[in-house]
Design a protein around this ligand. Structure first.
Ligand SMILES: Cc1cc2nc3c(=O)[nH]c(=O)nc-3n(C[C@H](O)[C@H](O)[C@H](O)COP(=O)(O)OP(=O)(O)OC[C@H]3O[C@@H](n4cnc5c(N)ncnc54)[C@H](O)[C@@H]3O)c2cc1C
Length: 452
């Protein structure tokens, strides 16, 4: 990342006792409310015309803002970086967040999966509660104000440079979010602002994103096929090198049970997927994409999809034998009846270029074996993530090594704090990302108030 002209020095600028927070998203609003609650004057700058635009689109407008999981499970969702969140979670976790929203009149509902939403099913309730928090604390919210850089003097923050002019402050919190869904205002500015002040930015990459595959035309016949309850396994090798014997029988990977995948397996999970005109999408693919996109930085990645995770290839073969004995000549539709949707069997046989007849003159055709192998391991070579714009989260960000997890303070610039997705933290779906933004926002607001 280039540091552009964002590093600004101005030793003559007067600093006054006001915290400036850049970005009125989940983390920034929580940080602003908390700092104001502690008696500090707070100015919250937002480049869009109103706060919380991204929060409004979360969970398809329903906002899955946290989860019933415990702290260990939460941290596991963030992979190796998860431990960084422990001090923030110890200070302000899901219980405190629920109490907070209850204080502002919001009721919630919990899904069987543990995901928690506003009872109304509307993300507007979450933003409304946060805006009330800001109003009660007397936070000055300034929309349509784009922050372009920090004003730094001898290693200390001294203010911010905005589209409306320079504003002095010795205490600034960067809460600018990631770079996905830029129409919400999260356009990656925080990465450039932090880099310009000497912070390292860990590789930025889209997460929770569809995957573009090599040679998508090969899968044309499967386009639109919904693959339900399939096992998606990602391997760090080309698809023709996949050893299916290594396909795990249990879910392994980030946030999945406690099992660590053994190379070349990157992760494996059962869920739903869909074949699209460019490659793969669907919940299991989006979840797996976080670690797949990261692994693509180091070499080839392929995905193997087992369409019948509960039936082994041997069992499929014996079904074939049974059908042969019973009908003398059989076809896929009979053998896989009740195992896979008929439309999917037809598309798959068309894709693998075999006729419906698996047994001719009492002999199992080689094409039939090929067909059954593709039922057990439908393979794709992954080309790249679809796009940052369509991703749900941004992987990478301001290096956690340069932020104190006990305060969210920069270890490089005095008076500078970070919270939320601008940091090198990302998790799968489940309310983990918003809880992390709220927890780190609360911590940053509190520490900044204490510092000023
Ligand atoms: C479609 C979608 C659905 C999602 N669903 C969920 C979900 O259900 N549950 C969940 O936990 N997570 C979900 N997420 C992720 C979650 O929204 C983010 O992780 C979270 O909002 C991050 O909070 P934040 O405060 O760090 O950043 P944001 O909420 O993105 O806020 C950053 C704010 O900073 C402002 N800003 C940026 N640059 C500047 C600048 N230069 N000057 C002034 N202001 C600036 C932006 O306009 C924005 O308002 C979803 C994300 C997307 C895209």
């Amino acid at each position: 990342m280039t540091s552009r002209a964002y590093i600004l020095h101005n030793s003559s600028m007067a600093c006054n006792k006001q915290i400036i927070i850049i970005g009125a998203g989940a983390g920034g609003m929580m940080a602003a409310g908390r700092a104001a609650e502690l008696g500090t004057r707070v100015l919250l700058l937002e480049k869009m015309d109103r706060p919380g635009k991204k929060v409004l689109i979360t969970g398809n407008g329903r906002c899955n803002f946290t989860n019933t999981k415990d702290k260990d499970d939460f941290m596991a969702q963030f992979g190796a970086s998860g431990r960084f969140l422990l001090p923030s979670f110890n200070r302000f976790f899901s219980g405190e967040l629920l109490e907070f929203f209850a204080r502002y009149g919001m009721t919630f509902k919990t899904k069987a999966s543990g995901k928690i939403y506003p009872a109304s099913g509307s993300s507007h309730d979450v933003v409304r509660a946060l805006e009330l928090y800001l109003a009660r604390g007397g936070v000055e919210v300034r929309p349509n104000t784009n922050v372009m850089g920090l004003i730094v003097d001898r290693g200390k923050v001294c203010g911010v440079r905005t589209s409306e002019g320079d504003l002095p402050s010795t205490t600034v919190i960067v809460a600018t979010g990631g770079a996905s869904h830029p129409q919400t205002g999260s356009t990656g500015d925080g990465f450039r602002i932090a880099a310009a002040t000497g912070h390292s930015i860990a590789n930025l990459r889209p997460g929770l994103v569809p995957l573009v595959v090599k040679d998508p035309g090969k899968y044309k016949k499967l386009e639109g096929a919904g693959l339900r309850g399939v096992r998606v396994t990602a391997f760090s090798c080309h698809s023709n090198e996949i050893d299916t014997a290594l396909t795990p029988q249990a879910n392994v990977g980030r946030g999945l049970a406690s099992k660590i995948p053994v190379a070349p397996v990157i992760e494996s999970r059962v869920g739903d997927a869909v074949v699209t005109h460019f490659g793969l999408s669907g919940p299991a693919i989006l979840e797996a994409s976080i670690d797949i996109v990261k692994a693509l930085e180091n070499g080839p990645v392929s995905v193997s999809i087992d369409l019948t995770p509960n039936i082994t290839i041997d069992e499929l073969m014996s079904r074939l034998e049974e059908a042969r004995a019973k009908y003398c000549s059989s076809n896929y539709l009979d053998i896989l009846k009740g195992v896979l949707p008929q439309a999917l069997i037809k598309s798959l046989s068309a894709m693998t270029d075999v006729t419906h007849h698996m047994v001719n003159n009492g002999v199992v055709s080689p094409e039939s074996e090929l067909f059954l192998q593709s039922v057990k391991s439908l393979r794709f070579d992954i080309e790249r993530p679809y796009s940052m714009e369509t991703a749900v989260v941004t992987g990478g960000g301001v290096s956690l090594d340069e932020i104190d997890p006990e305060t969210m303070a920069s270890k490089i610039i005095t008076g500078l704090y970070f919270c939320g997705e601008v940091m090198d933290l990302d998790a799968g779906t489940g309310g983990y990302n918003l809880q992390a933004a709220f927890s780190t926002g609360f911590m940053a607001g509190e520490s900044a108030a204490a510092a000023i």
